[in-house]
Design a protein around this ligand. Structure first.
Ligand code: HEM
Length: 354
């Protein structure tokens, strides 16, 4: 449990020592002060939220994610991406998992979400958790824990057996509740676009209470996984009236990508984010960005702002710093506009409201 959210019972000195009262109050307030959610709202998230209500919750998630990764290493990327796409639309409330209904088109059906995957892993986790602790662990928390486990399992220091503690890249806060609403229009409006420039990316992240450092370090998630041709097509042909191809893309790499993406609408071809290492979570993504070989315009945009550019070069120099900062920013992202307490519900199936 994080000390920032722990409610402490402590000895209170008798009032005949009034000088002790002020420092005591300060200490008490610091202990019970809640962590901050997105938009500056306080939230009730904490590490170990299910410690008493479902002590095996995190172990169950880890077990299922571990099995899935054992069967197919490429599953880590979509698990990480699901949490991001959840948090950027209506906050981290599992709205991304809801199915469309006859009267509502859900986030899942929005264009940027067409290539989301690994929903089956989340459903398998939920089924196990409902058997063990019915109506206790939210789907939003499952997404957060599964993302943490996926990225930890993909981290090369973990696979080399060098990672500290139990192989977790960071400790994940829990206590989120599930939302009741999911809208395709909101997903289209809030999710960053691969053709976004730096100002647009900064303002999109700022609107979620996230800063430049969060943007630079969370973009490092593109160390994992694949893309499809439509996500970079505009970079390859008819980029602008002035440039046929995106000048922020290395010309030779652009030619290779153009060959791979013969048909602009090709949704089958998979393009590795980091060729040769797209199942390993490391800092090589930043070296690619520095060489103008990031897949997206939004990846290369990190070089066009002084602060984000410094971070790119800093992470090339120190992978350890990248891992540390990544954990901090994942926790920040996991706090965006969360539902807690009596808000929302705990879904029994992640794809439908109760
Ligand atoms: C900064 C703005 C971002 C943009 C514009 C962006 C855009 C994209 C796009 C276009 C794809 C490929 C979709 C496809 O063609 O299949 C993708 C994949 C991916 N994104 Fe991002 N993304 C961003 C940030 C993030 C963040 C913050 C995370 C996680 C923390 C993330 C995790 C991933 C992962 C892991 C994949 C690979 C998925 C797979 O292999 O299934 N992205 N992203």
């Amino acid at each position: 449990m994080s000390s920032s959210t722990m409610v402490v019972s402590m000895w209170v000195p008798p009032l005949r020592h009034p000088r002790l009262l002020l420092p005591l109050l300060v200490l008490l307030l610091a202990e019970v002060a809640p962590v901050h959610g997105g938009y500056g709202k306080p939230s009730l998230l904490r590490v170990g939220f299910y410690k008493h209500s479902c002590p095996d919750a995190e172990a169950i998630v880890r077990e299922v994610v571990g099995q899935a990764v054992g069967d197919d290493q490429t599953v880590t990327a979509p698990l990480l991406r699901l949490h991001f796409h959840d948090c950027f639309v209506r906050g981290c409330d599992a709205s991304v998992l809801l199915n469309s209904t006859q009267t509502n088109t859900a986030e899942k059906n929005a264009k940027p979400n067409h290539t989301l995957d690994a929903f089956d892993v989340i459903d398998a986790i939920k089924e196990k958790l409902e058997n063990k602790c019915p109506r206790t662990v939210s789907c939003a928390d499952i997404l957060a824990i599964a993302a943490r486990d996926a990225v930890s399992l993909a981290t090369k220091v973990v696979t080399k057996g060098e990672w500290r503690k139990d192989g977790n890249l960071y400790e994940v806060e829990t206590g989120r509740r599930d939302g009741l609403v999911s809208s395709t229009k909101e997903a289209a409006a809030h999710l960053p676009d691969s053709f976004d420039g730096i100002q647009k990316l900064i303002s999109r992240f700022a609107s979620k209470g996230l800063g430049l450092k969060d943007l630079a370090v969370l973009s490092g998630a593109h160390a994992l996984g694949n893309s499809h041709c439509p996500s970079l097509e505009k970079r390859l042909r008819n980029f602008t009236a002035q440039y046929d191809t995106d000048p922020t893309l290395d010309a030779a790499y652009g030619a290779t990508l153009r060959q791979q993406c013969g048909k602009p609408e090709d949704n089958e071809t998979e393009l590795a984010m980091v060729p040769g290492s797209s199942t390993t979570f490391d800092a090589t993504y930043y070296s690619l960005v520095a060489e103008k070989k990031g897949l997206f315009h939004s990846d290369e945009a990190l070089l066009s702002n002084g602060a984000t550019r410094m971070l790119v070069y800093g992470y090339i120099r120190s992978e350890k710093r990248f891992f540390g900062d990544f954990g901090v920013s994942m926790v920040n992202m996991g706090r965006v506009a969360v539902l807690t307490g009596r808000q929302g519900e705990i879904r029994t199936r992640c794809a439908v409201v109760n």
